[in-house]
Design a protein around this ligand. Sequence first.
Ligand code: NAP
Ligand code: ZN
Ligand code: ZN
Length: 348
Amino acid sequence: MIPVKSYAAQTEGATLAPYNFERRSPRPHDVHIEITYCGVCHTDIHLINNDWGISIYPMVPGHEIVGRVVAVGEHVKKFKPGDFAGVGCLVDSCRDCDYCNEGLEQHCANGAVYTYSAYEKDGTTIAQGGYSTGIVVDERFVLKMPENLEPSKAAPLLCAGITTYSPMRQWNVGKGHKVAIIGLGGLGHMAVKFAVSFGAEVTVLSTHAGKKADAEKLGAHDFILTTDEEQAKSVASKFDFILDTLSASHDYNFYLAMLRAGGKLVCVGLPSESINVPSFNIVFTRKCIAGSLIGGLPETQEMLDYCGEHNITADVEVIPIQQISEAYKRMLASDIKYRFVIDMKSLQ
Ligand code: NAP
Ligand code: ZN
Ligand code: ZN
């Protein structure tokens, strides 16, 4: 077994505190990674607080993991010690259902194993995430990180990156499309970078006027302060595609009104409340509301390679793990620029 240091929540809503535990020794197909950085996703906050009623404790959060490979099992082909490697939101799946065979492991018919707050395939071991010094994962679920990307800035690609890249690829966002991104946080700022890179005309829809200059720096062409009624009205029936990254409860009808007929509102944010939309708000204008969950392993690798080629990374604030509670407070206040990333040296 491999002893690791980490920060964990022992119970619902608990403040994270130091926690020592052991990872399994690498099996023949496993990769052992020494973690250098781990991004902080709003999902970490939802799961620590049991917002969705599915949390498992003790919980070591973190699913934007990068580091160096330190050891590999005897059958591992893709990795060798010293490689720059990443782990995102998934660490296992059945590998044999239609979805797994299509590379859509996140929809595994027999239950994908999430990186934390989940049971491993043995049904008893609790999977523990990246706020820790090391992790052991089957090579199918380990990503090759482009060596030209700065590790702390590349870590958020493993969740915020793939979660925004995947739906925009699915719906062919590109040149000639008017695209809006709701919420300029961790996911939102990556969505802006991808949409701009795909050639779309991009508008940020935000509740914070102070984020306008940053939206422009990220490449957005327009910024709408959604709390200003006149500004919101000015984009009525305008967009072909809207990506909704909001973590908190909101009125979907308000944003549907900004879609042109036939437009798509794709939700990736996960507030716990229901989506409440009258049929008339979608039927008469052939609008579509859809969801999207991270991305499978092949598409995650495609996204990382794309980021390596186009030099796309997150804008980050690197913090020692001892400042995690402060980071959560700032995220809940939407005070974020635009992803916190934990420097795992602070855990040594
Ligand atoms: P984040 O960095 O905290 O950003 C969320 C943004 O939403 C905020 O910066 C803010 O943007 C806006 N916002 C927050 N509270 C709001 C409120 N009360 N009213 C209106 N706007 C509000 O969060 P994140 O890490 O990007 O995650 C966003 C959501 O996506 C979370 O629910 C998370 O669990 C979910 N998620 C889903 C997937 C998936 O696969 N579908 C993957 C990862 C995360 P402005 O200041 O610009 O308004
Ligand atoms: Zn995430
Ligand atoms: Zn499967």
